[in-house]
Design a protein around this ligand. Sequence first.
Ligand code: ATP
Length: 338
Amino acid sequence: MAKHTIVLIPGDGIGPEVTTATRRVIEASGVSIDWVELPAGANAIAQGFDNVLPERTVAAIKAHRVALKGPVTTPVGKGFKSVNVQLRQRLNLYAAIRPVRSLPGVKTRFENVDMVIVRENTEGLYSGIENEIVPGVVTSLKVASEPACTRIARYAFRYATRRHRKKITVFHKANIMKLSDGLFLNCARKIFEEEYPNIDYEETIIDAGCMKLVQDPTKFDVLLMENFYGDLVSDLCAGLVGGLGVVPGSNIGEEAAVFEAVHGSAPDIAGKGIANPLALIMSGVMMLRHLHEDTAADRIKIAYNAVLEEGDKSKLTRDLGGTGGTDSFADAMVAKLK
Ligand code: ATP
């Protein structure tokens, strides 16, 4: 069996708890991995690095090409530039892929939700270009470039084709942001018309799109959008299938891939042993598929579906109506994988 070297970034907040649980589950699936554990965020500063994203961590991801990452706190309004944004920009992880699916045993308003959000990950309002024009007046630049818009559109159509998905819906606000969202839309249309006319294609203004999502998410398939909308719509969609504890993600570039849950560091529940590790475990399944370890990925998926379906409250975390914690869910998963 091939041995993989994976960079493991525990992160902070609930990060160390959910990464430990995920590592246990991945190891129990029988796959052979050398973990290279490196810090990012507050942990990096605590360990004596002078940056929240140490060069050593970036270099290791470049060298090994795959990382599994826990969440990292992003300070509000001040301090270092977000680790997540830095990582995506420095490694050119231009596509965020976030599958949102109904899960067995997880009761929500809707059944049979099965969508994938494809989020542009490198520009938009996340350019970090902000200026104070005069005291009391600031601007934030929303950047859209034709290569980046075309690249993410092509990624979405290629993904849809490979995964036998039927339809792509672009969320936009080109009626107001005529140049930036207009460019995003034009690039998507061009890829549809010139390269993938066999996939159904539609566009929706984002506010109406959000309404349609909460009315009936089963009408959507692949959702394509720019960076900021992708952030908001990801959390909205998580709410449709059981919350942030059950939505995984990957950040994909030509040179590297970083797998992480959609949720943040959840400081309100950090250190209490109650965080749901499932979103990161599912991100780990996406990572295993990326590594062509489909047998291990399938085993983990079967195991979490079984634990959820059995509905033993003592094994489930509180966000899913259980009475257990991070470790009891991981223990149940490991027991299934033995
Ligand atoms: P960020 O902007 O950094 O991505 P966020 O705004 O998405 O963060 P989170 O930190 O992800 O916010 O979490 C929002 C709330 O959702 C948390 O305060 C927590 O109560 C809940 N939550 C998030 N992740 C989990 C999890 N894995 N298990 C249980 N609850 C969670």
